[in-house]
Design a protein around this ligand. Sequence first.
Ligand SMILES: C[S@@+](CC[C@H](N)C(=O)[O-])C[C@H]1O[C@@H](n2cnc3c(N)ncnc32)[C@H](O)[C@@H]1O
Length: 208
Amino acid sequence: MSGGAAPRRARARAALLAQLPAGSVGAEIGVWQGDFSAQILERVRPALLFLVDPWRFRPDRWMPTFGTGMLVNSRAEVLAAGGPQRHLDRLHDQVVGRFAARSDVVIVRAPGAAFFARCRAQSLSLDWVYVDGDHSYEGALADIAGAWETVRPGGLITGDDLGFSDLAEGGRKTVKAAVGDFLAIRPKARSAFFREGGQWGFVRTDEP
Ligand SMILES: C[S@@+](CC[C@H](N)C(=O)[O-])C[C@H]1O[C@@H](n2cnc3c(N)ncnc32)[C@H](O)[C@@H]1O
């Protein structure tokens, strides 16, 4: 991330969190080591926060060295842990420990799609979702679609990394294309779309 990008992203994230109501029920899809989760808890004060991440090595995904489709840990760190899956197991255990004392946190070790299916099976609707998990086009699109079916009308579907450059993507389609394609056939939601510093979001409208 270049010089001005990190503070801009931090500001955009703070602005985004300011839109999420206290006492709401929400989910962060893609938790990694829980740093943004901690910010959500502090700034939003949700009634319930689902932290959803499979912490599973996916060598078929983009940037597979890091096991998650994301360039989030240094190679040395991964190797020191004994390999990508052990590293992810360790991250999971650390997140469990970090939030163990909180009754307002539910950790779900599963992909976003499985979490959304469980919510629907239990007729649980969410006030908002933050999508920051599988950054492949297909993965992001699946998470956005799952969020759409799980967030209540009037709730927010938001996420990170709209601004990845083509260079970082290796020319692949990623979050930006997934958001754009999802909204292309939902004009009401598209009109509510906002973006800033890589953060994005739109309201879950009553469109199918
Ligand atoms: C960019 S990191 C998340 C960073 C975190 N939101 C933060 O801001 O601190 C991406 C995470 O997504 C997780 N992930 C990958 N595929 C996923 C999926 N299908 N559903 C949920 N999480 C996924 C990875 O294990 C990784 O921890």
